[in-house]
Unconditional design. Structure first.
Length: 77
């Protein structure tokens, strides 16, 4: 991440957050980790809202990055 240019850093940031949301749901519904007899209503609710939050936050950050471009620096020029 430290050696990437600005566009690739932004891409990695958004992609990582999307993968983390998906991973939470996959782990939650894996019967080897959480057996079906465990009541998962609260965990499913949190994972679902966390996924929605990632969509809202990701779109907000992407919109911000699209409109407000940082000043050129010596490393980005």
């Amino acid at each position: 991440v430290f050696g990437l240019n600005r566009i690739n850093r932004r891409t990695v940031a958004i992609e990582t957050s999307i993968q983390n949301s998906g991973l939470a749901l996959v782990l939650l519904f894996n019967p080897r980790i959480f057996p079906p007899e465990i009541n998962m209503g609260g965990m499913a609710f949190i994972a679902a809202w966390w996924g929605i939050w990632h969509i809202i936050a990701g779109l907000s950050v992407a919109g911000f990055w699209a409109k407000y471009r940082p000043l050129k620096t010596l490393t980005d020029a």
